[in-house]
Design a protein around this ligand. Structure first.
Ligand code: GLA
Length: 699
């Protein structure tokens, strides 16, 4: 996989996959060839070393079914190769050509409400359609045979953002595949009926061909069935990926990836998907309406590193400035693009790529920013793109690529649980897994505590603290694993509406919290959700009261916290009460508890806490777990450390100043500042507003 130095006069700038990868989606089929030559020159100027090519090119590559035109792609790959730009070559199956829809109208996607989607846009066909699968296999094979050993091809980019915009379809081929999937999972119809609780509302199935797809029905569709359809759909789409990947592997040794959307495409179970790619890659776009969007970006990066099991990953798409598909596409401020990009590097990315290299003049995305915007090389954005390329080159030289991101805390994240919780008729629409996860993550981010994400069944023993912000669905194996983790000395913090159902969305016999009763030392008699806007006061006791006293936040007075959305009627067994409700639906009832189990302890918080109240709760938990937050620095000063995997003991600490003030950072062990133009660092550095400094420290 090493880059061929014959085409790389400046090895620090063009390092292919052995260093930090830099570039973007490149769609030259939208431009005349003379522009392609200019593109390559400008890419070299910007420090670009890889581009993703061919993502939307099916109609150009195969203008008629079975007839291929590779002349333009041969020319392009050779041109890029001569320029020292490596290629992430895409299979174009996210945009089938018009002939496909004309020849195979039955392969169109059918939505849950029965709408048949037409073409004139992009978006795959029905994932289970044999016609779509065959057409994908044909074009993938043709590409892999032709370019499998092309020296420019560094990586394969299968499809584009599987699961978006199409994750599920309710067409006839999907229905047939769904029945087969069910037969494989349950073996018998009795198994299906039992898993889905079909004796409720008289839904029992006596023949396989009686089972429908869970399209819209008169009222709420069987939730267990819908949960299985979500699993089936993730598997069906994964099957499309696997088919293409396996064909590529027959013809090429280059690594294969597909660009995930870890945070923003909730329909794919990426714990399963990530095992099937050679390199995890991910796309993320800031939400312009959120002035602190960098926190969700950080969450997305930590999630992506976690599904990559700690191995380096590639940010395959983000934007240099505004996008085009939000209501108000706010342009990024000067240096914001660098802060976003380097935050991702800090959190384990070894590649920083954008949508897209050159802004499109026509089509749906002509107002989307690009590395080379409509305003051209004189633009601020292009200057910043060149600066970022230089900075990434420096970081590559310093050995950042390949280093790891140590984390002491894990947040539980389970797509299956989220699918189940998102179904209809839950106790409160205000109990939202995304809100809880983001609330806990935000506090940890402000506290500069780096987190991994984990699924409930995985080995958790390396973490000092595991937090379950929203684990509505918990398998028996997951619950047992959490109990073992605590018994072995781990500290666990569980938020409300967790451990409620098993993998079939079925409440366990024995209670609403039966899965976690022993570990939490309590029983849940009843859920007590609140009316919209209602809140109540909790009075802290014990270790939590101590944490409130120690809190520097003026909002915490006399150990009183505010909670809303939710309460439980708790029957406390072995747990110690850490806070009681003073008012609300259960005055004097236990609200927050801590239970000793084996060598560890498990906290339970039955209330929705935010801001200072959540910070006070976490302070008590951190102390219990031996985790050290950094509350002495401004909340929006981001600090993350990558650690070298070799014997050097080098640690690269990224200091990202999202504030408008200079922030002083003191460390006794700084060796040098790695960002070009930055001063050589001593024990203390003063990071200017908006800047990112990366310092090398020794452990
Ligand atoms: C997605 C797609 C890209 C482009 C961008 C625009 O991530 O993969 O092709 O449409 O969005 O933000």
């Amino acid at each position: 996989m090493r880059f061929d130095p014959r085409f790389c006069p400046n090895a620090t700038r063009v390092l292919g996959l052995d260093a930090i990868t830099y570039g973007g989606d490149y769609n030259p089929e939208q431009w005349p060839r003379e522009i392609w030559h200019e593109d390559v020159e400008l890419m070299v100027r910007a420090g670009v070393n890889m581009v993703s090519v061919g993502i939307w090119s099916w109609a150009k590559l195969e203008p008629r079914e079975g007839e291929f035109d590779f002349e333009w792609l041969d020319y392009l790959l050779d041109l890029l190769h001569k320029g020292g730009i490596r290629v992430d070559l895409a299979t174009p199956t996210a945009a089938p050509p018009a002939w496909f829809y004309k020849n195979y109208p039955q392969a169109r996607v059918v939505t849950r409400d029965g709408t048949v989607l037409t073409n004139a846009s992009r978006g795959m066909a029905a994932p289970s359609s044999p016609d779509y699968q065959r057409a994908c296999a044909n074009v993938t094979r043709a590409l892999a045979q032709r370019y499998g050993n092309h020296p420019a091809v560094a990586m394969w980019h299968v499809h584009n953002e599987y699961g978006a915009p199409v994750s599920d379809s309710y067409d006839n081929a999907s229905r047939d595949a769904w029945r087969i999937w069910l037969a494989q999972r349950y073996l018998t119809l009795d198994g299906v009926n039992e898993a889905w609780g079909t004796s409720f509302w008289g839904q029992t199935y006596y023949e396989w061909d009686e089972i429908p797809v869970p399209a819209i029905s008169a009222t709420v569709t069987n939730p267990s069935m819908r949960l299985d359809y979500a699993r089936f759909s993730s598997d069906a789409v994964l099957g499309c990926y696997l088919q293409e990947r396996d064909i590529i592997k027959e013809h090429s040794a280059a690594p294969v990836t597909t660009n995930f959307m870890a945070l923003n495409c909730p329909s794919m179970d990426l714990w399963a998907w990530a095992q099937e790619v050679d390199i995890v890659s991910n796309d993320y776009y800031l939400e312009a309406a959120d002035p602190r969007g960098h926190i969700k970006l950080a969450l997305d990066s930590d999630l992506t590193r976690s599904i990559a099991r700690g191995k380096p990953w590639i940010l395959l798409e983000h934007s240099t400035s505004g996008v085009n598909w939000q209501d108000r596409n706010v342009a990024k401020k000067p240096k914001e693009m660098a802060r976003n990009s380097l935050s991702s590097v800090a959190r384990g990315a070894d590649g920083i790529m954008f949508f897209q290299w050159r802004a499109a003049r026509f089509g749906a995305e002509k107002f989307h920013s690009a590395m080379l915007p409509h305003a051209g090389v004189r633009s601020r954005v292009f200057r910043e793109v060149c600066d970022l390329g230089a900075a990434l080159g420096e970081l590559s030289q310093a050995g950042v690529a390949g280093s790891s991101v140590p984390a002491e805390v894990a947040l539980l994240w389970d797509w299956e649980s989220f699918w189940a919780q998102d179904l209809e008729w839950r106790p409160s629409i205000d109990a939202q897994h995304r809100e809880r996860t983001l609330a806990f993550y935000t506090q940890l981010w402000e506290d500069k505590v780096t987190v991994d994400f984990a699924y409930p069944e995985q080995d958790l023993s390396a973490y000092k603290l595991v937090i379950a912000p929203a684990s509505y669905l918990l398998t028996d194996a997951g619950a047992a694993n959490l109990a073992d983790y605590v018994r072995g000395g781990g500290k666990l913090a569980v938020s409300f509406f967790s451990g409620v159902v098993n993998e079939n969305d079925t409440v366990r016999h024995g209670g609403l919290g039966a899965a976690l009763e022993d570990v939490l030392g309590l029983r849940i008699d009843e859920f007590l959700p609140l009316r919209s806007g209602d809140s109540y006061t909790l009075l802290a006791e014990g270790k939590l009261a101590d944490a409130c006293v120690a809190s520097v936040d003026a909002r915490i007075v006399g150990g009183k916290l505010r909670g809303d959305v939710w309460a439980d009627d708790l029957d406390v067994q072995t747990a110690e009460i850490m806070a009681r409700y003073l008012d609300g639906p259960k005055p004097d009832g236990a609200a927050i508890t801590r239970n000793l189990l084996g060598q560890g302890a498990a906290w339970y918080v039955s209330s929705r806490l935010v801001g200072a109240d959540l910070a006070a709760f976490l302070d008590a938990v951190y102390l219990d777990a031996g985790v050290s937050p950094r509350r002495d620095l401004p909340a929006d000063f981001e600090i993350v450390t990558r650690a070298s995997r070799d014997e050097s003991g080098d640690r690269f600490t990224f200091l990202i100043n999202h504030t408008e003030q200079v922030v002083d950072y003191v460390s006794g062990t700084i060796v040098e500042n790695l960002i070009p133009g930055g001063e050589q660092a001593s024990a203390a550095v003063a990071v200017p507003p908006g800047e990112v400094w990366v310092v090398r420290e020794h452990a």
